[in-house]
Design a protein around this ligand. Structure first.
Ligand SMILES: [Zn+2]
Length: 439
């Protein structure tokens, strides 16, 4: 099956930032087989899509998400101790395989509609997440979380490892879904278990490791009090600072930490909206990138950052860098879009498959309508994408040559059913919160 997209403003995000305008892309099966400017080839039997001058760019890469948590979106928004007062009790009582399936389905719809084609997830009951991503057609890194705070799907680390092994056994050869192991954070895993994970990881080099790292002062204090060093140094001592580590947040870092992370080729997922809303701090994105660390953009869970598309992250990620430096110059718009596409793919070790539009790569792409007055005039398409484009401007989405959305309609999932299921769970949460408030 050949698909030919024509009459498009193509942003390839290749190394030279090549644009084709007007341009065309030929897709055979799962793969981009040719692209260029000017007159498209004539191919008998091809599905030809005239893009009417719209932007076509690589599908975006959300490098840190908790898809199952969308059912917590907006819950107890401004309560300072909401994690211990509501979230953890609700997770213990209600987080089941079924709830994770419902939350993940809602998230998959939002991701597709927001122009995300690849997502890195870590939560519980991750075989459910893997199944939903498979059905949705999303490219995904799916990480089973391991934690010591009585999480909902394992009573101890042995059970947690058994869940990881099951996930890896089922999805090791899947074309879109990559299984992953996800220690929650250094303080909620502990040095001994991090060492065990590092050993496990050495036997499973193709399985990415995801972890929250240097996210809070609580974590920094834990590392100092228990080990007399930084949380990054503790992670290094455990053997977990390594090239396939996807470290989320990375807020509380000094220069020595950044050097250490650079020496071990760690990859970073920055989550500006989540961090800003929690008052946690600003990640030193420019410093990390200048030290050679690839930095992708993540939404975090909807409980923390509310939305899962990357457009909502662009203004804060850009503004935080400019505010830190007191200058308009840092983190230009084109770099933000690089982080959302090819650099994000690099963070997930998927950059040979996705993240840019190039011959031989997987056909993971989105089409963005230029109909909105808000987008015009366009001096710089990257500035337009970072500061003016909204998720609703994305009209079509394709992963590995398969359309996941046509003209805003997601073709792989039932949106009505997903909303009804999520709102049913929210009613249970509200009742339980009222019960907690009466205690
Ligand atoms: Zn997170």
């Amino acid at each position: 099956m050949t698909t030919l997209l024509t009459n498009a403003w193509i942003l390839t995000l290749d190394d030279a930032l090549t644009e084709h305008n007007p341009g065309w892309i030929q897709i055979d099966g799962t793969t981009i087989t040719a692209l260029g400017s000017g007159t498209p080839p004539s191919i008998t039997g091809a599905e030809v899509v005239d893009c009417g001058g719209d932007v076509v760019m690589p599908g975006m890469v959300n490098t840190h998400c908790h898809m199952g948590m969308s059912v917590f979106r907006g819950l107890a928004e401004d309560v300072d101790d909401r994690l211990y007062r509501y979230i953890l009790p609700l997770e213990r009582k209600f987080v089941t395989a079924e709830m994770v399936r419902i939350g993940t389905t809602l998230s998959a719809l939002e991701l597709i509609q927001g122009g995300v084609t690849t997502v890195a997830d870590m939560y519980y009951f991750e075989t459910e997440v893997a199944e939903v991503c498979d059905t949705a057609g999303l490219r995904a890194i799916v990480g089973q979380t391991l934690a010591d705070f009585d999480p909902p799907d394992h009573k101890d680390f042995d059970e947690g490892f058994a869940r990881v092994d099951e996930l890896v056994d089922r999805y090791r050869d899947h074309p879109l879904v990559t299984p992953s192991i996800a220690p929650h954070a250094p303080y909620s895993t502990g040095l001994k278990t991090m060492e065990r994970i590092a050993q496990w990881s050495a036997y499973h080099p193709g399985v990415p490791v995801q972890m929250h790292l240097a996210e809070s002062t609580l974590e920094v204090n834990w590392a100092q009090e228990n080990h007399g060093k930084s949380t990054v140094a503790v992670t290094r001592d455990a053997g977990l600072l390594k090239p396939n580590l996807i470290a989320a947040h990375c807020l509380q870092l000094d220069d020595a930490d950044i050097t250490m992370m650079s020496e071990h080729q760690v990859c970073v997922a920055t989550n500006p909206r989540s961090n800003g809303k929690a008052g946690r701090g600003i990640a030193p994105v420019e410093k990390m990138r200048n030290a050679g660390l690839p930095v992708g953009i993540g939404s975090d869970g909807a409980m923390s950052g509310n939305t899962l598309d990357l457009f909502s992250q662009f203004a804060p990620v850009s503004m935080f860098a400019k505010l830190l430096a007191g200058s308009r110059k840092p983190l230009p718009a084109v770099d933000v879009i690089r982080m959302a596409t090819i650099e994000g793919a690099r963070v997930l070790s998927l950059n040979l498959k996705t993240g840019s539009l190039e011959t031989g790569k997987q056909a993971d792409l989105i089409r963005i309508s230029l109909a909105a007055p808000r987008l015009h005039p366009i001096y710089d398409p990257y500035s337009m994408l970072v500061f003016a484009t909204m998720p609703d401007d994305v009209t079509d989405s394709m992963v590995a040559g398969r359309w996941l959305m046509r003209d805003r309609q997601v073709t792989t999932l039932d949106s009505g059913e997903a909303l009804a299921d999520a709102n049913q769970i929210a009613r249970q949460f509200k009742a339980e919160m009222a019960r907690i408030d009466r205690l």
